[in-house]
Structure formats: structure tokens, C-alpha cells
Design a protein around this ligand. Structure first.
Ligand code: DNO
Length: 358
């Protein structure tokens, strides 16, 4: 059984309240985080407990964390990485002991997800996030970062934390010499180091694919296709080591067969991000409404593939359009994600009933 959730950044950071999330039919809980804790620092047990209490008091569950971010020293493989890994392990201990056992993270250097337009107007007056490779090719990373941050409706966006990215240039220098192979080795080193703690608490680590699914600004990317994710799954072949299946990220490359990726990973998909994109040409796309008819993906086939492999984790509607005049963090308004949740749950119900021969 798939568990429907909504991402929630915490009461200080999110324009959407838990009370509103609670009113979306079928949404059982939230995927949340301690947004103010920079990558590399320990998540205190009291803070985790307070977060859990707040969510539960609103009648919801904490279905997972997105994200416990990985410090760049770990990704780069710096001499001090073990210190940051020890902190990560402590955060996992604290989460595990509070019964929180699904943890999403990514291993993208410097930038997390990348979009070139945070509010592209569509013909129906809605706005969406969009990507055009030509724009990325024409500007330097610092300008890109500054533009992204000044167009975010005043919200600090996940993966674009000002303190981490204040020194984009230095970070880029630190990644000099980190090849794809090196980044992969550093990921495996990290996974092996956290494995005992994950197994102790039953924590499922769910790596998020790279978005877009190719190198940007010359930085290496290692989670971009079925072959690449299988390599990570095989290198540490244990159930704790799993994937956040993200339709929108793998789907940036039209060559990725989304249901095929899902079907290749039974037991290893711990979390699902379900959304749709509309492709114009290779490297140029915009995010669409969740409906299959609005974009390039077949959402029915995606939900069906998840169901067929026995997926039992949390799923969330991913980035929504900005509709009905809502002002929110780009991609993370209430209205379109609520429509997305209802649509996905509708597909899910139909799949269950047709399986039962009804
Ligand atoms: C963007 C998100 C990503 C994702 C991280 C996971 O909206 O999908 O920021 O949360 O890559 O660590």
C-alpha cells in the first residue's frame, strides 16, 4: 500500500499549514525536515521529537525526511569527511530512535535540482518551473545561483541554502578533480559507513536522482539512469540502500523509461516523487500538471509499476503549478499539489479495483 504524503518545510518556512494538509483527502502525513540545520550538523533528538509532536498534534504522521543533506566534504571525499559522516550517523541514530525510518538525500555536487525559470507562464495563466539547457550554457554558476534565489518569491529553496552556496566559486574549485568515478566511490564509502546504523534502526535511505539527469556546469552527476542507479544498488546490495524514485528527475531525459526503472528495483524504492513534465525538445521542458494528458509521461503506467513491484513507502505529488493566485515557494504551493494527490490516489484506487476484478 502506497502512503500519500505532502512535503512540508516546517511552520517557520512553509506557506502551507499542517491544518490545510490535513484536509487533503487521503494524505496521511508529511515528508519534512529540520530546514534550518545546515548540511553537516547533527540533528538533535529534542528537535526531531518536537517536529514529530507538532505534526502528530495536527493529526498527521511524519512519513519521512527530505532531506538529511550530505555535506560537500563527503561528496568531495575530503580528509575531514569522517567527521561529517559521524555527524550524519548521529542524526540517523536520533531519527531512528524517534521511529523515523525513511530518509531522502541526494549526492549532487554544489547544486541540487536546477531550473532556469521558476515561473514560466503557460497559456492558461498558471506558472511552472521550466528548464532550457541554452540558458544554463550561457551563464556562469554564480549568476545562475543569484538569479534563482532572487526569483523564489522570498522563500529559501531546498538545496539552494544561502550559507552553503555563498561561496559558489570556492565550492566549484573544491570539486575540481572529482570525476564521476570518484563521486561514485565517495557515495559508496558513505553508504558503507552508515549501513550499521541504518540496519540497527531499520532506516531506509532513499537517494534522490540528479535533476536534470545530466551534468550541469561541468559538475559530475551519477544518478541519471537505470544503469547508473543499478550500479549503486549493486555496490551496496542491502535493502537499506534504496532510491527515491523521482519521475520528474529521471524524466528530464526522455530516453529514461520511467516504469522500466521502477520495475528494475523491487524492494529498493523507498519513496516516490510523482509528477509530470512537458518536453519541447531535448534539454527544453516545463513542469506540467500531474495529469498524463497535460505532459509527456504516462502517470497511470508509473503508479501501476509502483503497485506491481509492491511499493509500500510514502509517495508525494511533486512540484505543482502555481494556480489560483497562490504565492508560495516555486513548485510547493498547496492547490496544485492537492489536485495532484487526488489524481494519483484516483489512479491508485482504479488500479486496486481492476486488480480485484471489480
Ligand atoms: C526539489 C527536490 C529536491 C530533493 C533533493 C533530495 O524540489 O526534489 O530538492 O528534495 O534533491 O535531497
Amino acid at each position: 500500500m502506497m502512503h500519500m504524503s505532502l512535503r512540508w518545510f516546517g511552520s517557520k518556512y512553509d506557506s502551507v499549514s499542517l491544518e490545510k494538509i490535513r484536509q487533503i483527502p487521503g494524505v496521511e502525513g508529511v515528508i519534512t525536515t529540520l530546514y534550518d540545520i545546515p548540511a553537516g550538523q547533527v540533528w538533535p533528538k529534542e528537535r526531531i521529537k518536537a517536529l514529530k509532536d507538532e505534526v502528530e498534534a495536527a493529526g498527521l504522521k511524519v512519513l519521512g525526511i527530505e532531506s538529511v543533506n550530505v555535506h560537500d566534504a563527503i561528496k568531495i571525499g575530503n580528509a575531514d569527511r569522517d567527521k561529517y559522516i559521524a555527524n550524519y550517523v548521529e542524526s540517523l541514530e536520533n531519527l531512528g530512535s524517534e521511529g523515523i525510518t525513511t530518509v531522502c538525500y541526494n549526492f549532487m555536487p554544489v547544486f541540487d535540482w536546477t531550473r532556469t525559470d521558476l515561473a514560466k507562464m503557460r497559456t492558461d495563466g498558471t506558472t511552472v518551473l521550466a528548464y532550457d539547457q541554452k540558458v544554463v550554457d550561457s551563464i556562469d554558476p554564480q549568476t545562475f545561483f543569484d538569479q534563482t534565489n532572487s526569483n523564489s518569491n522570498g522563500f529559501s529553496m531546498p538545496g539552494w541554502e544561502p550559507e552553503r552556496l555563498a561561496k559558489v566559486k570556492e565550492l566549484f574549485e573544491a570539486y575540481q578533480g572529482v570525476s564521476e568515478e570518484k563521486l561514485f566511490e565517495n557515495l559508496i564509502y558513505f553508504l558503507k559507513a552508515i549501513q550499521p546504523t541504518c540496519e540497527k534502526w531499520g532506516i531506509k535511505m532513499a537517494i534522490h536522482p540528479d535533476d536534470p539527469a545530466w551534468p550541469v556546469f561541468g559538475l559530475p552527476r551519477i544518478i541519471t539512469s537505470k544503469e547508473k542507479i543499478m550500479k549503486v544498488m549493486q555496490a551496496v546490495d542491502a535493502p537499506f540502500n534504496g532510491l527515491t524514485f523521482c519521475a520528474g528527475s529521471f524524466g528530464t531525459n526522455p530516453k529514461n523509461d520511467l516504469p522500466g526503472i521502477i520495475r528494475a528495483l523491487p524492494g529498493r524504492i523507498h519513496f516516490a516523487h510523482i509528477r509530470n513534465l512537458h518536453h519541447f525538445e531535448p534539454g527544453v521542458f516545463e513542469e506540467a500538471a500531474h495529469l498524463s494528458s497535460d505532459g509527456s509521461f504516462d502517470l497511470y503506467e508509473i503508479v501501476k509499476a509502483l503497485d506491481d513491484i509492491g511499493f509500500e513507502g510514502p509517495a508525494r505529488p511533486d512540484h505543482g503549478r502555481m494556480i489560483w493566485g497562490e504565492v508560495a515557494m516555486p513548485g510547493y504551493g498547496l492547490y496544485d499539489r492537492a489536485l495532484g494527490a487526488s489524481y494519483i490516489l484516483g489512479l491508485y484506487e482504479a488500479i486496486q479495483k481492476s486488480k480485484a476484478g471489480k
